[in-house]
Ligand binder design. Structure first.
Ligand code: PLP
Length: 309
């Protein structure tokens, strides 16, 4: 049974129905359902819809490790296969949009999905299919990591996809997490290269419809604020909810680390799935990401391909 065949059969409805069924089964003492099935109905899941990274440092593989670190049950839908190693992406092979949708529908039929996280979407067709699906399957919380180009320079979303993501997908986002280059593209600004420009970009991106915008300043050359700078080595992110800015800073790791964006956005999704509000989820995700990528902490490389770092 596809839950998207009629408009009122939404993911919300599916979760609610599961809970009602559970209560009924418990109170009436039916033995129709196995205990395992009941447990499945009652668990909350977090779903990543993203690309596969065979080297394990980014994408689906990294997201699932993050969910596990947060003690959560991760589900994954693959949008694209990539041929890549620790140094670069060599090729991307997108999954047909209809099959991406089929994977999601099949999961929603069985699982109660609390939070969805989006990574590589590869094509405009996939973006459009997801926008149509989100209209029917009303997922409560959606984290969008707008992945456009790999750090090695390989395009990970086509031009049509970027336009459609701005117009059709961002209105569904609970939070969108662009880095400086992605923020410039989303806000149609020439450059985002200072804290002031990060704020300006956040205001512009907020108008596209997400509830929260997190502009990641990890690639900022300088931060002109004594408060935020320790020997010029802080990674500063700005969260904007349409009313106020909240600044998060963490020690800056002076290396371009493959997969950092995936770690942060999947950790935000995990925090939200555990019931944190967006601000707290971002704070915890920042702490987690710093711990994982900082060679001076004891958890360095936990669940990450160490060679990648
Ligand atoms: N490959 C996959 C599957 C990804 O999801 C991502 C980022 O989201 C990348 C590659 C790019 O990672 P980076 O820009 O850190 O190299």
């Amino acid at each position: 049974m596809g839950v998207f065949k009629s408009a009122d059969k939404s993911a919300d409805y599916n979760c609610l129905a599961s809970e009602v069924v559970c209560c009924a089964v418990f109170s009436m003492g039916f033995s129709v359902f196995s205990l395992a099935h009941l447990r499945l109905l009652m668990k909350k899941f977090v779903l990543t819809i993203a690309g596969a990274d065979p080297s394990g440092g980014a994408g689906i593989q990294r997201d699932l490790k993050t969910f596990e670190d947060f003690g959560l049950n991760g589900l994954s839908v693959i949008t694209a296969l990539t041929a890549q190693n620790q140094k670069r992406v060599k090729d991307v092979f997108p999954v047909p949009a209809r099959f991406v949708v089929k994977q999601i529908e099949t999961l929603v039929d069985e699982y109660c999905i609390e939070v969805v996280k989006l990574g590589i979407l590869a094509t405009g067709d996939i973006v459009l299919a997801l926008a149509r699906l989100f209209k029917k399957a009303k997922f409560k919380k959606i984290v969008i990591d707008p992945v456009f180009v790999s750090s090695s320079g390989y395009p990970l979303l086509d031009k049509k996809g970027i336009i459609l993501l701005k117009d059709q997908l961002l209105p569904f986002a609970t939070i969108v997490t662009p880095n400086l280059d992605e923020a410039a593209i989303l806000s149609s600004m020439k450059n985002v290269s200072s804290l002031e420009e990060m704020k300006e970009a956040a205001i512009k991106i907020k108008k596209l419809g997400p509830k929260f915008v997190l502009v990641k300043g990890g690639h900022l050359k300088t931060v002109n604020s004594e408060q935020l700078t320790v020997n010029g080595k802080k990674a500063v992110d700005i969260l904007y909810d349409g009313k106020r800015f909240k600044t998060f800073s963490a020690p800056r790791i002076n290396k371009d680390i493959h997969g950092t964006g995936c770690i942060l956005s999947s950790a935000i999704a995990a925090g939200m799935a555990k019931g944190m509000n967006v601000e707290n989820a971002v704070r915890e995700a920042k702490v987690y990401t710093t711990r994982i990528i900082n060679p001076h902490t004891k958890d360095f490389g936990v669940g990450v391909n160490r060679e990648t770092i």
